[in-house]
Design a protein around this ligand. Structure first.
Ligand code: SF4
Length: 107
């Protein structure tokens, strides 16, 4: 199932990390929520393919550890989402549709 593009209406911010919002529910280590707002990554879908890190022209993403998560032990965190230029490459290359980018959606 892809990331919910209406997550900002269907979920609530439960935490922050490195300046970006985390949208719940979160129940670590198995449930990690959606990370970021303008550039949003559903950590519960992300399987650490890495295409977003390779293709993003402005290095929005970085790996963070997620030990014990059923999909993968690392996740692509949108740590630099403020630098996003809305090229949509990450959305296109993600094999599991874990990423949603919305130019009008800001933290
Ligand atoms: S839309 Fe483009 S610039 Fe923004 S995070 Fe994705 S790949 Fe990077």
């Amino acid at each position: 199932m892809p990331i919910d593009p209406q997550f900002h209406e269907n979920r609530e911010v439960v935490d922050t990390r490195e300046g970006y919002n985390i949208w719940g529910p979160v129940d670590e280590p198995e449930v990690l929520g959606i990370h970021g707002t303008h550039v949003a990554v559903d950590f519960d879908i992300c399987l650490a393919d890495g295409a977003c890190l390779e293709d993003c022209p402005v290095d929005v993403f970085e790996w963070v550890d997620s030990p014990g998560h059923p999909e993968s032990e690392i996740k692509a965190a949108p740590t630099n989402e403020a630098q996003c230029i809305d090229c949509m490459l990450c959305v296109d290359v993600c094999p599991v549709d874990a990423i949603d980018v919305d130019a009008g959606r800001t933290a």
